[in-house]
Design a binder for this molecule. Structure first.
Ligand SMILES: Cc1ncc(COP(=O)(O)O)c(C=O)c1O
Length: 420
Protein backbone atom coordinates (compact mmCIF):
# COMPACT_ATOMS: atom_id res chain seq x y z
CA UNK A 1 0.00 0.00 0.00
CA UNK A 2 1.20 3.51 -0.77
CA UNK A 3 1.16 6.46 1.62
CA UNK A 4 -2.08 7.67 3.24
CA UNK A 5 -4.27 9.21 0.55
CA UNK A 6 -5.61 12.70 1.05
CA UNK A 7 -9.29 12.52 0.12
CA UNK A 8 -9.16 15.59 -2.05
CA UNK A 9 -6.42 13.91 -4.09
CA UNK A 10 -8.89 11.35 -5.46
CA UNK A 11 -9.66 12.25 -9.06
CA UNK A 12 -13.35 11.40 -8.54
CA UNK A 13 -13.49 14.30 -6.05
CA UNK A 14 -11.42 16.76 -8.03
CA UNK A 15 -7.83 15.59 -7.42
CA UNK A 16 -5.18 14.68 -9.98
CA UNK A 17 -5.63 11.38 -11.78
CA UNK A 18 -2.91 8.73 -11.60
CA UNK A 19 -2.87 8.37 -15.37
CA UNK A 20 -3.60 10.68 -18.25
CA UNK A 21 -1.60 8.91 -20.97
CA UNK A 22 -3.27 6.17 -23.02
CA UNK A 23 -2.09 2.58 -22.57
CA UNK A 24 -0.59 0.52 -25.44
CA UNK A 25 -2.96 0.70 -28.36
CA UNK A 26 -4.58 -2.48 -29.63
CA UNK A 27 -4.70 -3.92 -32.23
CA UNK A 28 -1.40 -2.63 -33.57
CA UNK A 29 0.03 -2.78 -37.09
CA UNK A 30 3.64 -3.81 -37.68
CA UNK A 31 5.87 -3.27 -40.68
CA UNK A 32 5.91 -7.06 -41.18
CA UNK A 33 2.11 -7.03 -41.36
CA UNK A 34 2.19 -4.25 -43.93
CA UNK A 35 4.65 -6.15 -46.11
CA UNK A 36 2.63 -9.38 -45.83
CA UNK A 37 -0.52 -7.48 -46.80
CA UNK A 38 1.17 -5.85 -49.81
CA UNK A 39 2.63 -9.15 -50.91
CA UNK A 40 -0.81 -10.77 -50.80
CA UNK A 41 -2.32 -7.82 -52.66
CA UNK A 42 0.21 -8.09 -55.47
CA UNK A 43 1.19 -11.74 -55.62
CA UNK A 44 -1.51 -14.01 -54.22
CA UNK A 45 -5.17 -14.81 -54.67
CA UNK A 46 -7.38 -12.56 -52.55
CA UNK A 47 -9.72 -15.26 -51.38
CA UNK A 48 -10.42 -18.91 -51.95
CA UNK A 49 -7.41 -21.08 -52.80
CA UNK A 50 -4.79 -18.51 -51.81
CA UNK A 51 -1.33 -19.58 -50.74
CA UNK A 52 -1.36 -17.38 -47.64
CA UNK A 53 -4.52 -19.00 -46.28
CA UNK A 54 -2.85 -22.41 -46.52
CA UNK A 55 0.31 -21.03 -44.92
CA UNK A 56 -1.61 -19.48 -42.07
CA UNK A 57 -3.65 -22.66 -41.47
CA UNK A 58 -0.51 -24.70 -41.30
CA UNK A 59 1.32 -22.19 -39.03
CA UNK A 60 -1.67 -21.72 -36.70
CA UNK A 61 -2.33 -25.44 -36.28
CA UNK A 62 1.40 -25.94 -35.57
CA UNK A 63 1.32 -23.13 -33.02
CA UNK A 64 -1.78 -24.59 -31.32
CA UNK A 65 -0.34 -28.11 -31.57
CA UNK A 66 -3.16 -29.51 -33.70
CA UNK A 67 -3.21 -31.41 -36.97
CA UNK A 68 -5.86 -29.45 -38.86
CA UNK A 69 -7.07 -25.86 -39.10
CA UNK A 70 -10.06 -24.44 -40.95
CA UNK A 71 -10.25 -20.66 -41.02
CA UNK A 72 -13.55 -18.79 -40.87
CA UNK A 73 -14.65 -15.21 -41.34
CA UNK A 74 -15.63 -14.84 -37.67
CA UNK A 75 -15.51 -16.77 -34.45
CA UNK A 76 -19.29 -16.95 -34.44
CA UNK A 77 -19.28 -18.54 -37.90
CA UNK A 78 -16.51 -20.89 -36.69
CA UNK A 79 -18.68 -22.03 -33.78
CA UNK A 80 -21.65 -22.67 -36.07
CA UNK A 81 -19.43 -24.64 -38.46
CA UNK A 82 -17.92 -26.68 -35.60
CA UNK A 83 -21.33 -27.47 -34.10
CA UNK A 84 -22.73 -28.58 -37.47
CA UNK A 85 -19.60 -30.65 -38.13
CA UNK A 86 -20.00 -32.28 -34.70
CA UNK A 87 -23.42 -33.45 -35.89
CA UNK A 88 -25.71 -31.08 -33.97
CA UNK A 89 -29.23 -31.55 -35.36
CA UNK A 90 -32.49 -29.73 -34.65
CA UNK A 91 -33.31 -30.05 -30.96
CA UNK A 92 -29.93 -31.40 -29.86
CA UNK A 93 -28.69 -29.86 -26.63
CA UNK A 94 -25.34 -28.15 -26.19
CA UNK A 95 -24.06 -27.43 -22.70
CA UNK A 96 -22.57 -23.93 -22.37
CA UNK A 97 -21.56 -21.72 -19.44
CA UNK A 98 -24.04 -19.04 -18.34
CA UNK A 99 -21.23 -16.48 -18.21
CA UNK A 100 -19.78 -15.89 -21.68
CA UNK A 101 -20.11 -13.84 -24.85
CA UNK A 102 -23.45 -14.18 -26.61
CA UNK A 103 -21.99 -16.09 -29.59
CA UNK A 104 -21.27 -19.18 -27.46
CA UNK A 105 -25.01 -19.68 -27.09
CA UNK A 106 -26.37 -17.92 -30.18
CA UNK A 107 -24.25 -20.13 -32.46
CA UNK A 108 -26.03 -23.11 -30.87
CA UNK A 109 -29.43 -21.58 -31.70
CA UNK A 110 -28.26 -20.80 -35.23
CA UNK A 111 -27.29 -24.48 -35.61
CA UNK A 112 -30.87 -25.32 -34.57
CA UNK A 113 -29.57 -26.66 -31.27
CA UNK A 114 -30.68 -25.84 -27.74
CA UNK A 115 -28.26 -24.07 -25.40
CA UNK A 116 -28.34 -25.60 -21.92
CA UNK A 117 -26.74 -23.24 -19.45
CA UNK A 118 -24.57 -24.29 -16.52
CA UNK A 119 -23.48 -22.05 -13.64
CA UNK A 120 -19.87 -20.98 -13.17
CA UNK A 121 -17.32 -21.59 -10.48
CA UNK A 122 -17.19 -18.11 -8.96
CA UNK A 123 -13.44 -18.27 -8.38
CA UNK A 124 -12.43 -19.07 -11.95
CA UNK A 125 -15.51 -17.59 -13.71
CA UNK A 126 -15.44 -20.70 -15.91
CA UNK A 127 -18.16 -23.33 -16.26
CA UNK A 128 -18.36 -25.36 -13.03
CA UNK A 129 -17.44 -28.88 -14.14
CA UNK A 130 -19.20 -30.31 -11.06
CA UNK A 131 -22.55 -29.18 -12.47
CA UNK A 132 -22.20 -30.58 -15.98
CA UNK A 133 -23.41 -34.13 -15.38
CA UNK A 134 -26.71 -32.86 -13.91
CA UNK A 135 -27.30 -30.96 -17.15
CA UNK A 136 -26.76 -33.97 -19.42
CA UNK A 137 -29.84 -35.56 -21.01
CA UNK A 138 -30.30 -38.05 -23.83
CA UNK A 139 -30.37 -35.04 -26.18
CA UNK A 140 -26.94 -33.69 -25.20
CA UNK A 141 -24.67 -33.65 -28.23
CA UNK A 142 -21.84 -31.32 -27.28
CA UNK A 143 -20.28 -29.81 -24.16
CA UNK A 144 -18.81 -26.42 -24.98
CA UNK A 145 -16.59 -24.95 -22.27
CA UNK A 146 -15.31 -21.40 -22.73
CA UNK A 147 -11.83 -20.36 -21.57
CA UNK A 148 -13.01 -17.10 -20.14
CA UNK A 149 -10.56 -14.24 -20.34
CA UNK A 150 -8.16 -16.73 -21.93
CA UNK A 151 -7.93 -18.70 -18.67
CA UNK A 152 -8.54 -22.40 -19.45
CA UNK A 153 -11.54 -24.14 -17.88
CA UNK A 154 -11.06 -27.43 -16.00
CA UNK A 155 -10.36 -29.54 -19.07
CA UNK A 156 -9.40 -32.72 -17.18
CA UNK A 157 -12.83 -32.86 -15.57
CA UNK A 158 -14.75 -31.74 -18.67
CA UNK A 159 -12.98 -34.12 -21.07
CA UNK A 160 -13.52 -37.00 -18.62
CA UNK A 161 -17.26 -36.26 -18.48
CA UNK A 162 -17.41 -36.08 -22.27
CA UNK A 163 -15.62 -39.40 -22.55
CA UNK A 164 -17.78 -41.09 -19.91
CA UNK A 165 -21.02 -40.08 -21.66
CA UNK A 166 -19.78 -40.27 -25.25
CA UNK A 167 -20.40 -36.55 -25.79
CA UNK A 168 -18.09 -34.40 -27.91
CA UNK A 169 -16.25 -31.50 -26.26
CA UNK A 170 -15.76 -28.41 -28.41
CA UNK A 171 -13.74 -25.65 -26.78
CA UNK A 172 -14.82 -22.06 -27.27
CA UNK A 173 -11.23 -20.83 -27.22
CA UNK A 174 -12.17 -17.49 -28.80
CA UNK A 175 -10.10 -15.65 -26.17
CA UNK A 176 -7.40 -18.26 -25.57
CA UNK A 177 -4.69 -18.00 -28.25
CA UNK A 178 -1.57 -19.69 -26.92
CA UNK A 179 -3.20 -20.82 -23.65
CA UNK A 180 -2.15 -24.21 -22.26
CA UNK A 181 -3.67 -26.88 -20.08
CA UNK A 182 -1.13 -29.16 -18.41
CA UNK A 183 1.57 -28.20 -20.90
CA UNK A 184 -0.64 -28.70 -23.97
CA UNK A 185 -2.10 -25.94 -26.07
CA UNK A 186 -5.90 -25.64 -25.79
CA UNK A 187 -8.34 -25.90 -28.70
CA UNK A 188 -7.93 -29.47 -29.89
CA UNK A 189 -7.94 -31.32 -26.58
CA UNK A 190 -11.48 -32.54 -27.23
CA UNK A 191 -13.02 -32.93 -30.68
CA UNK A 192 -11.96 -29.42 -31.65
CA UNK A 193 -12.06 -25.77 -30.73
CA UNK A 194 -12.62 -22.30 -32.11
CA UNK A 195 -10.49 -19.12 -31.91
CA UNK A 196 -11.65 -15.61 -32.77
CA UNK A 197 -9.60 -12.94 -34.53
CA UNK A 198 -12.09 -10.13 -33.95
CA UNK A 199 -10.56 -6.70 -33.26
CA UNK A 200 -10.10 -6.93 -29.50
CA UNK A 201 -8.62 -10.44 -29.45
CA UNK A 202 -4.94 -11.21 -28.74
CA UNK A 203 -4.58 -12.04 -32.45
CA UNK A 204 -6.64 -9.79 -34.68
CA UNK A 205 -7.50 -9.41 -38.33
CA UNK A 206 -10.37 -7.03 -37.56
CA UNK A 207 -12.64 -10.05 -37.93
CA UNK A 208 -11.96 -13.75 -38.39
CA UNK A 209 -11.89 -17.13 -36.75
CA UNK A 210 -10.33 -20.59 -36.94
CA UNK A 211 -11.26 -24.09 -35.90
CA UNK A 212 -8.53 -26.56 -34.97
CA UNK A 213 -8.80 -30.31 -34.48
CA UNK A 214 -6.86 -33.58 -34.60
CA UNK A 215 -9.84 -35.42 -36.09
CA UNK A 216 -9.69 -35.66 -39.88
CA UNK A 217 -13.37 -36.47 -40.43
CA UNK A 218 -14.40 -33.50 -38.26
CA UNK A 219 -11.93 -31.27 -40.15
CA UNK A 220 -13.41 -32.38 -43.48
CA UNK A 221 -16.94 -31.68 -42.25
CA UNK A 222 -15.82 -28.22 -41.06
CA UNK A 223 -14.31 -27.59 -44.49
CA UNK A 224 -17.67 -28.41 -46.10
CA UNK A 225 -19.84 -26.33 -43.77
CA UNK A 226 -17.57 -23.28 -44.06
CA UNK A 227 -17.26 -23.58 -47.83
CA UNK A 228 -20.80 -23.65 -49.26
CA UNK A 229 -21.23 -27.37 -48.56
CA UNK A 230 -18.45 -28.36 -50.96
CA UNK A 231 -16.74 -31.66 -50.33
CA UNK A 232 -12.99 -31.85 -49.90
CA UNK A 233 -11.54 -33.26 -53.11
CA UNK A 234 -14.93 -32.90 -54.83
CA UNK A 235 -15.89 -30.76 -57.84
CA UNK A 236 -16.23 -26.97 -57.51
CA UNK A 237 -19.98 -27.15 -58.21
CA UNK A 238 -20.71 -30.16 -56.05
CA UNK A 239 -22.51 -29.47 -52.79
CA UNK A 240 -23.36 -32.15 -50.28
CA UNK A 241 -24.17 -30.15 -47.14
CA UNK A 242 -26.14 -27.03 -46.29
CA UNK A 243 -23.08 -24.86 -45.69
CA UNK A 244 -22.37 -21.20 -46.30
CA UNK A 245 -19.55 -18.97 -47.38
CA UNK A 246 -17.76 -18.51 -44.08
CA UNK A 247 -14.25 -18.28 -45.56
CA UNK A 248 -11.50 -15.96 -44.33
CA UNK A 249 -10.03 -13.57 -46.90
CA UNK A 250 -6.34 -13.72 -47.81
CA UNK A 251 -5.74 -10.24 -46.42
CA UNK A 252 -6.91 -11.35 -43.01
CA UNK A 253 -4.79 -14.50 -43.23
CA UNK A 254 -1.72 -12.45 -44.11
CA UNK A 255 -2.26 -10.12 -41.13
CA UNK A 256 -2.58 -13.14 -38.86
CA UNK A 257 0.46 -14.90 -40.24
CA UNK A 258 2.71 -12.01 -39.22
CA UNK A 259 1.12 -11.93 -35.75
CA UNK A 260 2.18 -15.50 -35.08
CA UNK A 261 5.70 -14.08 -35.05
CA UNK A 262 4.95 -11.38 -32.47
CA UNK A 263 2.53 -13.39 -30.30
CA UNK A 264 5.14 -15.34 -28.27
CA UNK A 265 6.89 -12.17 -27.03
CA UNK A 266 3.51 -10.54 -26.31
CA UNK A 267 2.51 -13.60 -24.29
CA UNK A 268 5.72 -13.22 -22.28
CA UNK A 269 5.11 -9.50 -21.67
CA UNK A 270 1.53 -10.20 -20.57
CA UNK A 271 2.76 -12.98 -18.26
CA UNK A 272 5.30 -10.74 -16.56
CA UNK A 273 2.92 -7.82 -16.06
CA UNK A 274 0.06 -10.08 -14.97
CA UNK A 275 2.27 -11.64 -12.29
CA UNK A 276 3.19 -8.19 -10.94
CA UNK A 277 -0.45 -7.05 -11.03
CA UNK A 278 -1.91 -10.17 -9.40
CA UNK A 279 0.68 -10.08 -6.62
CA UNK A 280 -0.21 -6.49 -5.77
CA UNK A 281 -3.99 -7.00 -6.05
CA UNK A 282 -3.82 -10.08 -3.82
CA UNK A 283 -2.58 -7.74 -1.07
CA UNK A 284 -5.79 -5.69 -1.18
CA UNK A 285 -8.55 -7.21 1.01
CA UNK A 286 -11.74 -7.23 -1.07
CA UNK A 287 -10.03 -7.50 -4.47
CA UNK A 288 -9.39 -11.08 -5.67
CA UNK A 289 -7.75 -11.94 -8.99
CA UNK A 290 -9.44 -14.65 -11.09
CA UNK A 291 -8.29 -18.07 -9.91
CA UNK A 292 -6.04 -19.91 -12.34
CA UNK A 293 -6.20 -23.68 -11.85
CA UNK A 294 -2.94 -25.50 -11.05
CA UNK A 295 -3.02 -27.34 -14.39
CA UNK A 296 -3.16 -24.09 -16.37
CA UNK A 297 0.43 -23.80 -17.55
CA UNK A 298 -0.34 -20.71 -19.64
CA UNK A 299 -3.26 -18.30 -19.58
CA UNK A 300 -3.81 -16.13 -22.65
CA UNK A 301 -4.43 -13.18 -20.29
CA UNK A 302 -6.99 -11.79 -22.70
CA UNK A 303 -9.17 -10.11 -20.10
CA UNK A 304 -7.81 -9.36 -16.63
CA UNK A 305 -10.68 -10.45 -14.41
CA UNK A 306 -10.88 -9.72 -10.68
CA UNK A 307 -13.58 -9.94 -8.03
CA UNK A 308 -14.84 -7.07 -5.90
CA UNK A 309 -16.22 -7.74 -2.43
CA UNK A 310 -18.18 -4.70 -1.32
CA UNK A 311 -18.42 -5.97 2.26
CA UNK A 312 -14.71 -5.13 2.55
CA UNK A 313 -15.45 -1.57 1.39
CA UNK A 314 -18.28 -0.44 3.69
CA UNK A 315 -20.89 -1.55 1.16
CA UNK A 316 -19.68 0.90 -1.50
CA UNK A 317 -20.89 -0.48 -4.82
CA UNK A 318 -18.68 -1.82 -7.54
CA UNK A 319 -20.10 0.83 -9.90
CA UNK A 320 -18.77 3.59 -7.63
CA UNK A 321 -15.40 1.82 -7.59
CA UNK A 322 -15.50 1.82 -11.44
CA UNK A 323 -16.26 5.54 -11.47
CA UNK A 324 -13.34 6.26 -9.13
CA UNK A 325 -10.95 4.09 -11.18
CA UNK A 326 -12.09 5.68 -14.40
CA UNK A 327 -11.47 9.12 -12.94
CA UNK A 328 -7.93 7.94 -12.15
CA UNK A 329 -7.46 7.07 -15.83
CA UNK A 330 -7.84 3.30 -15.49
CA UNK A 331 -10.84 1.87 -17.31
CA UNK A 332 -12.34 -1.01 -15.34
CA UNK A 333 -15.80 -2.32 -16.11
CA UNK A 334 -18.37 -5.03 -15.43
CA UNK A 335 -18.15 -7.18 -18.57
CA UNK A 336 -20.79 -9.82 -19.23
CA UNK A 337 -24.24 -10.07 -17.69
CA UNK A 338 -25.97 -13.46 -17.02
CA UNK A 339 -26.47 -14.67 -20.57
CA UNK A 340 -29.80 -16.45 -20.08
CA UNK A 341 -31.43 -13.11 -19.24
CA UNK A 342 -30.96 -11.82 -22.80
CA UNK A 343 -34.21 -11.12 -24.62
CA UNK A 344 -32.90 -13.29 -27.46
CA UNK A 345 -33.61 -16.47 -25.52
CA UNK A 346 -37.31 -15.67 -25.29
CA UNK A 347 -37.56 -16.95 -28.85
CA UNK A 348 -40.61 -17.60 -30.93
CA UNK A 349 -41.26 -21.32 -30.77
CA UNK A 350 -42.98 -21.17 -34.17
CA UNK A 351 -39.57 -20.25 -35.54
CA UNK A 352 -37.68 -22.76 -33.37
CA UNK A 353 -40.21 -25.49 -32.47
CA UNK A 354 -37.62 -27.56 -30.64
CA UNK A 355 -37.33 -24.79 -28.02
CA UNK A 356 -40.86 -25.54 -26.79
CA UNK A 357 -40.67 -26.42 -23.10
CA UNK A 358 -37.38 -24.63 -22.40
CA UNK A 359 -37.89 -21.72 -20.01
CA UNK A 360 -34.82 -19.52 -19.97
CA UNK A 361 -36.72 -16.78 -18.14
CA UNK A 362 -36.81 -18.96 -15.04
CA UNK A 363 -33.07 -19.52 -14.81
CA UNK A 364 -31.25 -17.94 -11.90
CA UNK A 365 -27.74 -19.25 -11.25
CA UNK A 366 -26.32 -17.94 -7.98
CA UNK A 367 -22.66 -17.72 -8.97
CA UNK A 368 -23.30 -16.22 -12.39
CA UNK A 369 -25.68 -13.65 -10.88
CA UNK A 370 -23.36 -12.68 -8.03
CA UNK A 371 -20.27 -12.61 -10.20
CA UNK A 372 -21.77 -10.57 -13.03
CA UNK A 373 -24.02 -8.28 -11.02
CA UNK A 374 -21.79 -7.50 -8.04
CA UNK A 375 -18.25 -8.78 -8.29
CA UNK A 376 -16.62 -8.86 -11.71
CA UNK A 377 -14.01 -6.24 -12.52
CA UNK A 378 -12.60 -6.37 -16.03
CA UNK A 379 -9.52 -4.71 -17.40
CA UNK A 380 -8.50 -5.02 -21.06
CA UNK A 381 -5.41 -6.96 -22.06
CA UNK A 382 -3.63 -3.93 -23.56
CA UNK A 383 -2.96 -2.79 -19.97
CA UNK A 384 -0.53 -5.74 -19.79
CA UNK A 385 1.37 -4.86 -22.95
CA UNK A 386 3.21 -1.81 -21.69
CA UNK A 387 6.14 -1.18 -19.37
CA UNK A 388 6.55 -1.88 -15.66
CA UNK A 389 5.62 1.79 -15.06
CA UNK A 390 2.36 1.27 -16.95
CA UNK A 391 1.35 -1.69 -14.82
CA UNK A 392 2.43 0.22 -11.70
CA UNK A 393 -0.07 2.94 -12.64
CA UNK A 394 -2.83 0.32 -12.69
CA UNK A 395 -1.71 -0.94 -9.27
CA UNK A 396 -1.45 2.59 -7.89
CA UNK A 397 -5.01 3.34 -8.98
CA UNK A 398 -6.39 0.17 -7.34
CA UNK A 399 -4.50 1.02 -4.13
CA UNK A 400 -5.44 4.69 -4.14
CA UNK A 401 -9.14 4.06 -4.70
CA UNK A 402 -9.53 1.11 -2.29
CA UNK A 403 -7.55 2.89 0.41
CA UNK A 404 -9.75 5.96 0.06
CA UNK A 405 -12.92 3.83 0.21
CA UNK A 406 -11.69 2.31 3.45
CA UNK A 407 -10.59 5.55 5.05
CA UNK A 408 -13.39 7.82 4.01
CA UNK A 409 -16.44 5.73 3.13
CA UNK A 410 -18.85 8.61 3.93
CA UNK A 411 -17.60 10.58 0.95
CA UNK A 412 -18.37 7.67 -1.38
CA UNK A 413 -21.72 7.04 0.28
CA UNK A 414 -22.61 10.71 -0.21
CA UNK A 415 -21.49 10.40 -3.84
CA UNK A 416 -23.84 7.41 -4.28
CA UNK A 417 -26.75 9.34 -2.67
CA UNK A 418 -26.12 12.35 -4.93
CA UNK A 419 -26.11 10.12 -7.98
CA UNK A 420 -29.58 8.69 -7.26
C1 LIG B 1 -16.13 -16.45 -25.76
C2 LIG B 1 -16.40 -15.99 -27.16
N1 LIG B 1 -17.04 -16.80 -28.01
C3 LIG B 1 -17.30 -16.45 -29.28
C4 LIG B 1 -16.90 -15.24 -29.77
C5 LIG B 1 -17.27 -14.88 -31.16
O1 LIG B 1 -16.22 -14.47 -31.95
P1 LIG B 1 -16.42 -13.37 -33.11
O2 LIG B 1 -16.64 -12.06 -32.46
O3 LIG B 1 -15.13 -13.45 -33.87
O4 LIG B 1 -17.58 -13.81 -33.93
C6 LIG B 1 -16.19 -14.35 -28.93
C7 LIG B 1 -15.67 -13.06 -29.42
O5 LIG B 1 -16.15 -12.03 -29.44
C8 LIG B 1 -15.96 -14.72 -27.58
O6 LIG B 1 -15.33 -13.90 -26.75
Amino acid sequence: MGEIIEMNSLALFGGNPIRTEPFSSWPRPTTKMESHLMSTLNNDGWGVGSQVNREFCSAFSDFQEAKHCITANSGTAGLWVALKAAGVKAGDEVIVPAYTFIATASAVLMANGVPVFVDIDIETANMDANLIEDAITEKTKVIMPVHIGGNPADLDAILAIGKKHGIAVIEDAAQAHGAEWDGKKVGALGLGGMFSFQTSKNMSAGEGGAIITNDEAFADACFSYHNCGRVKGGKWYEHSFLGGNFRLSSFQASMLLSQLETLPSEIETRNQNRAILDKALNEIPGITPQKILAKVTQSANHIIINRYDKSEFHGITRETFFAAMQAEGIFTYQGYTPLYREQLFITNTDEYPWLKGYDYGNLNFPNTEKFANEESIWLRQNHLLGTKDDIQDVINAFEKVTQAMNENPELFQQYEKDKK
